[in-house]
Ligand binder design. Structure first.
Ligand SMILES: [Zn+2]
Length: 230
C-alpha cells in the first residue's frame, strides 16, 4: 500500500487500485498480462507519483489517498476480499474505490474512435460519484465515456469481475475503468508491444482528476442509491 496523508480531512480515504498478479506460467508458456493488469498497476504508480508531487509542492489533497496493487485477483478477487474484510482504514471513512483493470488496448467496437473508456459502477451507489467523474472528464480529458457494460442486463457481468466489487459489496462507491476484452485476453499474447501508451496515460489522468475532486470537495460523497446488483 502507498498512503498519501491528506491535509485537513486525513481520516477520509480515497482508494485507487489495480492488480499486480496475472496467470503466471503454464508449462513453458509465459502469460505476460501487459494489459491485464500491467496497464492498471503501472497507472496507479503514476497517479501516486502525481499526488506525491502535489503534496511536495505544498498542494496535497485534503483527504488521504491510498494506492493498492492487489494480488490474487485472477484467483477470485482474493486481495480485495481480504482488504475489505480487514480494512486498514475504516470502510465507513472510505470515500470511494477507483479501480483500473485493463486500460491499455482498443477493442473492436472502438477502432475508429480510440479515445474512450468503459465505465462500470459509477452510478450504482452514488449519483455524486457519477457526476464527479463526468465533470472531471470534461475538464481534463474529453474521453468518450462508454457505459455499455454498466447495464445490469449485460451478459458479461463485468461489474462483479474485478476488485472494486468487494468494495461495492460493502457499500463503498466504486468506478471500474476498463477498455474492453480482446483476442489476447488471458493468452500468452497479452504483451507490452500491443499497449497503447498515450491512451493508457489519458485514462490514468481521468482517474487522477476524479480522485482529486473526491479528495478536495467540501463534503464526502453520499451513498444515495440502492445497489441493484445481488
Ligand atoms: Zn484483470
Amino acid at each position: 500500500m502507498g498512503f498519501i496523508e491528506g491535509t485537513t480531512k486525513k481520516d477520509e480515504v480515497v482508494i485507487i487500485t489495480a492488480h499486480l498478479d496475472h496467470l503466471g506460467k503454464r508449462g513453458d508458456k509465459i502469460y505476460y498480462g501487459a494489459d491485464d493488469d500491467g496497464s492498471g498497476s503501472a497507472s496507479i504508480l503514476a497517479i501516486a507519483k502525481a499526488f506525491v508531487n502535489a503534496k511536495a509542492a505544498g498542494a496535497g489533497p485534503e483527504r488521504s489517498i491510498l494506492i493498492m496493487n492487489f494480488s490474487g485477483e485472477e484467483k477470485g478477487l482474493l486481495g480485495s476480499d481480504y482488504y475489505t474484510k480487514h480494512p486498514v482504514f475504516p470502510l465507513e471513512n472510505t470515500v470511494a474505490n477507483l479501480n483500473i483493470d485493463m486500460i491499455g488496448r482498443v477493442d473492436s467496437v472502438h477502432l475508429s474512435d480510440p479515445a474512450y473508456t468503459y465505465l462500470i459502477g459509477s452510478d450504482k451507489l452514488s449519483t455524486e460519484l457519477h457526476a464527479i467523474n463526468e465533470s472531471a472528464n470534461a475538464s481534463c480529458c474529453n474521453l468518450k465515456l462508454d457505459y455499455t457494460y454498466n447495464d445490469p442486463s449485460d451478459k458479461l457481468k463485468l461489474y462483479y469481475r474485478s476488485d472494486h466489487y468487494n468494495f461495492a459489496k460493502h457499500k463503498v462507491p466504486v468506478i471500474f475503468y476498463f477498455t474492453g476484452l480482446h483476442a489476447d485476453y488471458h493468452k500468452p499474447t497479452d504483451t507490452i508491444d500491443k499497449i497503447d501508451f498515450p491512451k493508457t496515460a489519458a485514462i490514468a489522468r481521468l482517474v487522477f482528476n476524479t480522485a482529486w475532486q473526491l479528495a478536495n470537495r467540501p463534503d464526502k460523497i453520499k451513498v444515495d442509491v440502492e445497489n441493484d446488483f445481488k
